[in-house]
Design a protein around this ligand. Structure first.
Ligand code: FES
Ligand code: FES
Length: 162
């Protein structure tokens, strides 16, 4: 079957349609930025976008992904003014605020944050906390995550100004 990931087509075996996206990304396609945390939908480390919606890859069977547009952390960077890839404002804000500790949860955090800002570009601090609430960080970086998501919203607003 065909998967569309980060605007690129991948051919993967559909022998077992119950296989979940997480293992296809990590073990077959080498897109290991998507992390394995709990494997049961609890931690959010495996969050990717499926048709723009933050989705847990450990719970997403291939059978539900035909024709879906999937985005992983590897697909967040965009072409900059010089045409070369530039980190997404969410990635830059997470670096500026120095959010990561061990880093394990970070791709899932950034994918959830990106999905939030795509549906609500000007979230309140409370809305950020609510949206990020189901992404766990065992290093406890929650205060900086909130600060970085709000900083990313500012960056996005500045970059989309006419
Ligand atoms: S690994 Fe998917 S939610 Fe934890
Ligand atoms: S930075 Fe270590 S789990 Fe979040």
């Amino acid at each position: 079957m065909k998967l569309i990931i980060n605007d690129r087509e991948y051919e993967v075996s559909d022998e077992n349609p119950h296989r979940v996206l997480l293992w296809v990304l990590r073990d077959e396609l080498g897109l290991a930025g998507t992390r394995f945390g709990c494997g049961v939908g609890m931690c959010g480390a495996c969050t990717v976008h499926v048709n723009g919606v933050a989705t847990r890859a450990c719970l997403a069977p291939l059978s539900q992904l035909a024709d879906a547009r999937i985005r992983t952390v590897e697909g967040l960077a965009r072409p900059g003014p010089d045409g070369r890839p530039r980190l997404h404002p969410v990635q830059r804000a997470f670096l500026d605020v120095q959010v990561p500790q061990c880093g394990w949860c970070m791709s899932g955090q950034m994918m959830t944050a990106t999905a939030l800002l795509e549906r609500n570009p000007t979230p309140t601090p409370e809305q950020v906390v609510e949206a990020m609430d189901r992404n766990y960080c065992r290093c406890g970086t929650y205060t900086r995550i909130k600060k970085a998501v709000l900083a990313a919203a500012d960056l996005l607003a500045r970059e989309t100004e006419p």
